[in-house]
Design a protein around this ligand. Structure first.
Ligand code: SAH
Length: 367
């Protein structure tokens, strides 16, 4: 078991360090094949509704952090949220993701009521992504009908985690422990990391990918760290130095992580993320989908609010959710893939063990 893990880590590390474009094609091909065999040709859409940018936390990388006085705060009301959900269903989307900053104005009962209403009125799956909340809240929302919960652990390195999340008055439960609790509550559970945050080493990123599998995650979202000048990590780089074995926050590194995640966790739902599409507006989505991803999350937040949900600058701003979704559908069709029908939940197959066998060890060393 331990030996397996060491081998996997070695394999992941070799590929994360691979720079040769020709050889990387083997990685893209293996990831794409695993994707096709294990989750098929469907690309599932998840309507992202960013319900509040009001936050109590001070995460060093995130533009929504409480300390960012330059950001005008909002919280959508119940009717606005339900309207977005209905509109998304009318566009043929099978899952809505209600995402928000850590806003205790989004109370346990208020969210539960909205979840119940969505489940009553629509046939959509509901994913919540509302940060670190109490077990009582998570239980209530699950009872109300929420299907999935998404919470990135950001990094598996405890020291780096501490550096980028300033201490709070009450010691929080670790995100990794929370993810296990979410699974026990019966949620489909999603997590992920940012790629290339200052201080993230190759080994630590390889450990993140190993942890995805260990947690048996149903959904895995990864994207490059994009410096936001309104945050300490974006503005005060002296305070967040690179480490000697620093991972770059590049587009290619993001594809490597997506591809290795697919090979390592073949059944997971893996989005081609907005952060990727922000780095490469022209074909970031497509490349992600061709290198292991099988999900896209069109932003269905009303434009006025979307502009204020500024986690990082220049988050792709398309005019209206409808044209946004239509554009994404065209792009998916151009790859010869189909839009997934239904809720697009994770499906377990016996045949989908991790797929290292489809790919030789990176031949970097043998060059
Ligand atoms: N508060 C919620 C969700 C909001 S942020 C939560 O904590 O889950 C959603 C994700 O955006 C974060 O988990 C983080 O991984 C990502 N993110 C935040 N700032 C970013 C940045 N500057 N660049 C890239 N991704 C970022």
């Amino acid at each position: 078991m331990k030996k397996d893990r060491e081998e996997d880590r070695g394999f992941i590390l070799e590929w994360l360090r691979e720079e040769n474009t020709e050889r990387l094609r083997d990685l893209w091909r293996a990831a794409d094949r695993t994707r096709r065999e294990c989750v098929g040709e469907a690309v599932h859409l998840r309507a992202l509704v960013e319900i509040s940018n009001t936050c109590v936390r001070q995460c060093a990388y995130c533009g929504l952090r409480a300390g960012n006085a330059g950001l005008e705060r909002y919280r959508m009301n119940r009717e606005e949220i339900l309207r977005c959900v209905r509109d998304s269903e009318a566009l043929g989307i099978g899952t809505v993701v209600l995402q928000g900053a850590e806003d205790f104005g989004l109370s346990r009962e208020w969210i539960a009521d909205i979840v119940r209403q969505i489940k009553q009125e629509t046939s959509m799956a509901v994913t919540l992504s509302l940060g670190e909340r109490t077990i009582h809240e998570l239980e209530t929302w699950r009872d109300a009908g929420a299907d999935r919960y998404f919470l990135r652990f950001e990094t598996s390195d405890p020291d780096l985690y501490k550096r980028i999340h300033p201490p709070r008055r009450t010691r929080p439960i670790s995100r990794i422990r929370l993810l296990q609790r979410l699974k026990n509550l019966g949620y489909e559970t999603g997590s992920g990391v940012m790629i290339g945050i200052p201080g993230q080493s190759y080994t630590s990123l390889a450990n993140d990918i190993l942890l995805f599998r260990q947690l048996d995650l149903d959904m895995i979202g990864v994207g490059p760290w994009l410096p936001n000048p309104a945050t300490p990590m974006g503005a005060l780089r002296d305070m967040f130095p690179d480490c000697p074995d620093q991972v770059p926050n590049t587009e290619d590194m993001a594809y490597k992580v997506i591809a290795l995640t697919r090979i390592h966790c073949p059944e997971a739902n893996i989005p081609s993320t907005t952060a990727l599409a922000t780095l490469n507006a022209e074909n970031g989505y497509e490349r992600g989908l061709n290198r292991g991803a099988n999900v896209i999350m069109p932003n269905c937040t009303p434009a006025g609010y979307r502009r204020k949900y500024e986690i990082y600058p220049k988050k792709v701003l398309l005019s209206h959710p409808k044209s946004n979704v239509e554009g994404i559908c065209l792009r998916i069709a151009s790859l010869g893939r189909q839009i997934g029908r239904g809720q697009g939940q994770r499906i377990r197959h016996e045949k989908c063990e991790k797929r290292y066998a489809t790919l030789p060890m990176s031949t970097r060393g043998a060059a």
